[in-house]
Write a protein that binds this ligand. Structure first.
Ligand SMILES: *Cc1c(COP(=O)(O)O)cnc(C)c1O
Length: 219
């Protein structure tokens, strides 16, 4: 089932978008099944769980951290994470930078933008985004690679609202790229779309979709 789900989703999303299999709460056996079907990108939202799965699975897997990240836990994922999607404060980014310095690694990060109507979701506003990028531009965050932006739409049935939120994020991404990264090719990822809304996200310009339950079943 898991392999067939991955194949089906890959056909839908096309070759310009990458699929992250969100495997949080799922056992290692389920991830191995996905891996054997060719899946190499996995997303986790808990540090401890990511580390345990990293240790027990093949080393050519790319691990993406997609959850709310606590500063004191960064050190555990700093050496092994391929991309942190969920940077939601300057303070957090400064700590990631410090952990990167300690192990002499440049850590790829996305800045998470608040686009939903729900207060429960994390993320930066436009002003906070500018402050962080200007800090990075000054050279004070040399162990951070700025890869792009991430966002989560509201958990609603209204597809117009979801489309609107993703479009706002895409416009912000384009503006940010033009203003700060026109000469920096590595700023090229827009992480948006989950099981319920990845088709809408891709239409709006997503490059990375984070899909869990449509691959592994409900949690
Ligand atoms: C759990 C989670 C997903 C995947 O959600 P599904 O609805 O199961 O596809 C995507 N992004 C984040 C940040 C998540 O926490």
């Amino acid at each position: 089932m898991i392999g067939a789900n991955i194949q089906k989703i890959n056909q839908e999303i096309g070759s310009n978008v990458r699929l992250i299999a969100v495997s949080k709460t799922k056992p290692v056996e389920a991830l191995l099944e996905a891996y054997q079907a060719g899946q190499k990108l996995f997303g986790e939202n808990k540090v401890q769980e990511l580390v345990v799965k990293y240790e027990s699975l093949p080393k050519d897997i790319e691990w993406h951290f997609i959850g709310h990240l606590q500063s004191n836990k960064i050190k555990y994922i700093a050496p092994i994470v391929s991309l942190i999607h969920s940077v939601d404060s300057l303070k957090l980014l400064q700590t990631i930078n410090k952990e990167g310095q300690k192990i002499n690694r440049i850590i790829p990060c996305l800045l998470q933008i608040f686009i939903a109507s729900e207060e429960t979701k994390f993320g930066l506003n436009q002003n906070e985004l500018c402050v962080i990028i200007e800090e990075w531009k000054k050279g004070n965050l040399a162990n951070i690679e700025m890869k792009g932006l991430m966002g989560m739409a509201s958990n609603v049935n209204d597809t117009n609202q979801i489309e609107k939120e993703f479009t706002i994020l895409k416009i912000l991404y384009d503006e940010t790229k033009a203003k700060y990264f026109s000469d920096i090719d590595s700023f090229n990822e827009l992480s948006m779309g989950m099981s319920g809304d990845y088709a809408i996200a891709i239409k709006a310009g997503s490059t990375l979709v984070r899909v869990g339950s449509s691959i592994f079943g409900s949690r």
